[in-house]
Design a protein around this ligand. Sequence first.
Ligand code: ATP
Ligand code: MG
Length: 410
Amino acid sequence: MLQSKLFTRTRKEAPKDEVSKNAQLLIRAGFIDKLQAGVYTYLPLGFLVLKKIEKIIREEMNAIGGQELLMPALQPKELWEKTGRWNSMDDLYKLTDANGKEHALGATHEEVVAPLVKQFVSSYKDLPFSVYQIQDKFRAELRSKSGMLRGREFIMKDLYSFHRDENDLSIFYEDVKNAYRKIFKRAGIASMTHLTLASGGSFSEYSHEFQTVTEAGEDIIHICKNCGVAINEEMIAIQKDCPECGGKSLETRKAIEVGNIFQLKTKYSDPFELKYKDETGKENPVIMGCYGIGLSRLMGAIVEVSNDENGIIWPDEVAPFEYHLIGMSGGDGEAPRQAYEFYEELTKKGHTVLFDDRDIGAGEKFKDADLIGVPQRIVISSKTIEEGRVEIKRRDEKESRLVEREELLA
Ligand code: ATP
Ligand code: MG
């Protein structure tokens, strides 16, 4: 992509009312724009990152057999009354249309998915299976000062699984746990993301969350120094020992929940009478699990943990581009010409490149490159041309090095 054609620009200052680091950096660098508190537009750069995150999640969900679908956000009141959540869910957006009919804007999709799959499940032979979507969610969050970490309209991957018994659910539950580990590893935040035990309410002893350690987080977790598993303080009374490995040393940190996995069991199959017949013809309730990841929150969490005083540092697999190419202007114009040629060659080879072809000073180009945070910066100047090479620097390293053009193209 030619940077001169990008309709957005970087900004020196973030909006005054934006206090979170993730939103400040994402807005200044031109990834997102704020429409109102907790509601953002994904600008072209932010959209590229979102698609990268989506790709990772989609691949890992498909790998464990998840079938992708897309459910509506506009949902009839009756479904929410069936589960009691029309009245009990404080952050549910409710609206009345011109015909006087009431709707909920989907905050989550158990109320849609349970009656949906009911049409297709009758026998044990129809189980197990799982469905997921990547979709907009709406929640009237009280606090919305955390930028992408807490949206009022945000993007979630929600997976729902359906089983004949709890044993079958627990097998799939482990598959999801492993898929989540892969997702957070590919998203570049594995080292600060901890499997966390949280209270499972009345359904099971623990549910599991994936918590990313950051000062911007709203949860307090106690991380076992021995096995790395954490306990969420909000829900489980503080313990001295790690419930997972018995480790004696726990470290207290602030963290943000980037994903969770939950054994719903019959909580939603009961109100919707979602049942199947077993081998003997006996009717049993379908056992359900649900598993969420906030994509927009994940984008914000990555920025919170991966930045420096100059801007964002994108991990490779979620970065908007592989390379940020800068052609130094001045001289006889040879550097910009060769840079453009190199841009075309790299692109032809299938690499993704943001080419700063703007007619501005080098200092400004370098500043923008640091702010935007593409993992590798390539500079072509009259000096590098003389040596027949290009200068390359990783965003997360201080030193640049000179490499042969052919080496990069290979
Ligand atoms: P929290 O305790 O942070 O409010 P939650 O328990 O309400 O989270 P779930 O309803 O289980 O979260 O949603 C699943 C996932 O969706 C969460 O793990 C998180 O990644 C994401 N998520 C939840 N609320 C938001 C929000 N307001 N903005 C962005 N992502 C969110
Ligand atoms: Mg919540």
